[in-house]
Design a protein around this ligand. Structure first.
Ligand SMILES: [Mg+2]
Length: 368
């Protein structure tokens, strides 16, 4: 089998309702890219990439599409089932640009599933469960409003909540953590995520002021070194997210005993192939992780779900997807949605999601 063509499509993903606020960003819409990899066998696979706006990570979607244009000609004629080799070709063709590589990598896993008559989770080692927990991220809100959302989402069935903090006076963050903790059921887990928006001083203050509250503190500060310093002065478990940009950073963090768990984003580290390795490294180290990505639609949701389903439950902190915040689906029939805080694996071969194109829709770019 050979890759015969690569097509790139654009999808705008407006956020429904209120803007999504984090410490350093306020988002009203996401810019997503779909990639269709076609083969001479007639099988085709889909991938997606959707950086969380232009300032969440160093990479952004305009750069991602430029990277796809750069790499795609090198991939025509390659065997899509040799996923490792195609990744090697991408790395030889272009340094970095992991968000773009992740979309191609996802499409290759989708093709492989269809070719072997298996779901992506089967190819990744097998799902340990068909249904797994998602978690809900509470946007940066005043304390009472955040507590109200926490109550509502627990009533809907979520067993893990993430509360955004940072980018405002630390007293308001402390009040928000306390208010949300007050309404937490005993079996609801809480992550307090600053998305890099706290100084080391404020992160330490937050943890000390909320010593009685049960939560993990996620990515408090901008840099790895700041987080490492904070970790030595707080009593809460610490998770790293944004600074774990690839497998090498994960290995370094584990070697430094820098974290008690990881918020992992598939695109950031280069796609499913890399996430598979990260899953195994985290398991070997006995450290929990999430199987997330930076927003995106049904393809990214499916991909995160397939990987997440292969995690041992004790080391899986859930699969976050953007569906609650955006309207519509790429594939209405196989839409990925959260029901009572849970996600169900799609049943079709490959990713199990096939985007529907608008009538007459032409790709943004095409390579063959
Ligand atoms: Mg996070």
């Amino acid at each position: 089998m050979k890759i015969s063509a690569i097509e790139v499509y654009h999808r705008a993903l407006p956020i429904s309702g209120e803007p999504y606020r984090m410490a350093l960003q306020t988002l009203t819409a996401l810019d997503s890219t779909l990639v269709r990899v076609r083969t001479d066998s007639g099988l085709e696979g889909w991938g997606e990439s959707c950086p969380l706006g232009p300032s969440y990570q160093p990479e952004h979607m305009l750069g991602g599409r430029a990277a796809l244009a750069d790499m795609a000609p090198h991939l025509i004629g390659r065997n899509p089932l040799h996923i490792q080799q195609v990744n090697h070709v991408m790395n030889q063709a272009l340094c970095g640009s992991l968000y773009a590589k992740a979309a191609i990598d996802m499409a290759l896993w989708d093709i492989a599933g269809k070719a072997y008559g298996a779901r992506v989770c089967d190819l990744l080692g097998g799902a340990v469960r068909e249904q797994l927990p998602s978690y809900y991220a509470i946007s940066l809100l005043p304390p009472d409003a955040a507590a109200a959302v926490a109550q509502q989402k627990q009533a809907e069935g979520f067993k893990r909540l993430q509360l955004k903090v940072g980018g405002r006076d630390i007293s308001e963050d402390i009040a928000a953590v306390r208010k949300v903790a007050e309404v937490l059921a005993p079996d609801t887990a809480l992550a307090v995520d600053a998305n890099r928006g706290l100084s080391a001083r404020d992160a330490i203050q937050l943890s000390l002021a909320c010593r009685e509250q049960r939560f993990v503190l996620e990515q408090p500060c901008m840099t790895y070194e700041q987080c490492l310093g904070v970790r030595r002065q707080i009593s809460h478990p610490l998770y790293l997210d944004e600074v774990i940009t690839d497998l090498n950073m994960l290995l370094r963090a584990i070697g430094d005993n820098a974290a008690d768990g990881f918020g992992m984003k598939q695109s950031r580290v280069g796609g499913l192939s890399q996430m598979r390795t990260i899953r195994d490294v985290c398991a070997a180290a006995g450290l929990p992780m999430t199987s997330d990505d930076t927003w995106g639609g049904d393809l990214i949701a499916a991909s995160c779900l397939h990987l997440g389903a292969t995690l041992q439950p004790a080391l899986c902190d859930g699969v976050w997807i953007a569906a609650p915040y955006i309207d519509g689906h790429y594939d209405e029939e196989n839409a990925i949605d959260i029901v009572a805080g849970q996600l169900r694996l799609p049943s079709g071969h490959g990713l199990g999601v096939v985007p529907q194109l608008a009538a007459g829709e032409a790709p943004l770019m095409q390579f063959d």
